[in-house]
Design a protein around this ligand. Sequence first.
Ligand code: AMP
Length: 557
Amino acid sequence: MDSVETPVPSGFAALGLDPGIVAATTALGYEEPTEIQRAAIPPLVAGRDVLGQAATGTGKTAAFALPMIHRIGRNAGGKRIIKGLILVPTRELAMQVAEAVHKYGRDLGIAVLPIFGGASYGQQLRALARGVDVVVATPGRAIDHINRQTLDLSHVEFLVLDEADEMLDMGFADELDAILAAVNPDRQTALFSATLAPRIRQITKRHLKDPVHVTIANETSQTGVRPKIREVAYVVLRQHKAASLARVIDMEGPTSAIVFCRTRTEVDELTQTLGSRGYQAEALHGGLSQEQRDRVLRRFRDGTSDVLVATDVAARGLDIEHVSHVVNFDVPTSPDAYVHRIGRTGRAGKSGVAITLAEAREHRMLRNIELHTKRKIPIEAIPTVHDLKARRLERIRTSLEETMDGGDLDRYRTLVEQLASDRDIVDLAAAAVKLYDTREGGADDVDIPVAPPPIVAPVKLFKRGNDVAPRSGPVQMTRIYIGIGRGSRVRPADLVGAIANEARINSRDIGSIDIADAFSLVEVPADDAPRIINALRDTTIRGKKVVVRLDRVRKPS
Ligand code: AMP
């Protein structure tokens, strides 16, 4: 039934990709393509334009990056010219996407360069002069390079607009038009966006040729309610994910849990992490032989192991009656996958817990799942050390009471009586509990840094000029002074882009923007102002270092 060691054509090979690219996905531990990849890769490989509706977390980067590398082809030596261009809204995404392209295209010798505002021009210019195959750029910096004639896009064969809705929300519509005008008109184009607002349709109409429309949006909401499952999500920082998982599991104390991961590599790493924390964790992925798989399942069923760490593929068709906890180490790539996974708990009238760890950038996926299941998934804070200690004491209390009720204590009684003759009985009991607690307790006594909460406000369009973006809930705003204005041809998008990218503020949280000749005033959430000021002082806006400080109430002329 399962694919075992023999290399059957992987799901990626079946999509028509170059074997070098398929090998890269295997090396990364991907077992099979995600839904958006299955839908978008074949038409892109065939040279079609694609309009893709998919949010972060669905595997959309690979959905365009793999076919882009396939179409550009192996670098045959000689001078590199830019054949692939990926436009993304933020610097963080530029770095992430560039890293992904690098990993996917390593075997084919693809050279990729991220270019974004705030970074030194010199370095970017040197890299461009040396030659690259793929550029991943934020619109503002791309335009600056085009204006300086340092970015030649006339040979681009494959263009991607990633998170196009975000780019428009950030006020980059004009920049996109200008960049698109500079790109080779005979290129292939893919546009990915979480929403298909009318503006996205307009861009598509103007710049894509007879696109294939692929979507993994959730039109089907027939999912039945599962009232017995407690669902919860934790927003965590990527670098603390493994620690967060361990903390959550320590807190929950599951009798049997399945932890779902995306890749084999993750499965192996997490199995080790959990093993080192005293859990009997076993790995289940497509790389196991049938015999190994059977053994793992047998041990999980009979309770020898208490945590199964699995990929979706390996867990498919698993015949396990009931698990107390399902943990999604990542937000599943589609709402259906989520429903599938959590359906493994809360069975046969029993209660169950479904836990999802999400990175802030994956909040849209969580919302898609909520829309699909028609249930709210509450977001909670990762338990603190204090919470954990309290929970451990609660468990010790239960164990002590059960042990007392169980009787059979005679052989300890004499020892206790002897000690109690010259010691305080409460001290004595406390020492016994301490001994037990330190033996049972994990070594984990540091708090895990908290991730900023995801933005859950409804998506509103950022408006240019003096308009204040509508916001949800009362937020105390303040104004900052930025020492650059119309005289330097600064545009609202430059300011929004700089603030959003440098200080990692959502553009929807930025209020009114007044641009005077020599300076600009921007309304920002008061709590974030110091961070924004520091971040902007470290960067450049339209190539200039600028003065940034809190505004001393002034009106632009
Ligand atoms: P994205 O939606 O592009 O941000 O991707 C989300 C995450 O899924 C990234 O960490 C990818 O490395 C991972 N990923 C993408 N495709 C697959 C796949 N087919 N199998 C497992 N993981 C994947």
